[in-house]
Design a protein around this ligand. Sequence first.
Ligand code: GLY
Length: 260
Amino acid sequence: MTLAPLRILTHGGAGSKNEYKDGTAVAAKSGLEWLCQGRPVLDSVCQAVQVLEEDGRFNAGVGSHKRADGSIQMDACIMTSTNFFGAVAVVEGFRNPIHIAKALCETDTRFLAGRGAREFALEKRCAPFPLNPPEKSGKACDTVGCVATDGKTFAAGLSTGGTGGAPSGRVGDVPLMGCGLFAGPEGAVAATGKGEAIAMNITAYRAYQMIEQGIHPESVLSTVIDWFTEDEDIGLLVVSKLGHAGGSNRSMAWAFDSSS
Ligand code: GLY
């Protein structure tokens, strides 16, 4: 079977309701439209993640859940197989942390946290988020994500409000290269779930290594899920030259879209 060169997958986080699939489908469609217009995969992934950050039903962007102290702190990351990487952590007061991560890709700095990320975002005129946090706290569905390809380049992006109710300043897997995401010449991986377990497993990079070995994304997905205990939420999107896969050991809204 010939695979469409333009392919994109989005998710609304491990634990997100399957009935929120409409939100992930809209995000995938939006990113695919950008791919069809010939825009870079980096921009298209950023666009899809932006749609998810603005959906409000997922734990990212305007839907981010509160930390234990009532603050909203977000992490985001984006990476391509062409050596672009940008990550931000503990960002407060912005609508679309993925835009800040993407803006970092155009600089010599790869990762900014806290006040430095905020100052950089203001310099780059990223849209501030009028802090009117939704009344959401406690354990939440986790992270939004996207992987995509235009047939040559692979990219992945993630954004999260972190684990709801976690201590202020806690950072999970999302901004850590090879943990929450990885993109290389053979494919891209975006993880979601319990950040500490995802990081300890170096999940995305080890999943990518399986892609390099020629293992189909469906087998990569089932192998990765087996690395985690029943108590540890894990979800994954995988796209490679062989195909794609998405799934979780919890409910998870996710979508795939493609075009020739
Ligand atoms: N997977 C997102 C987090 O643990 O922060």
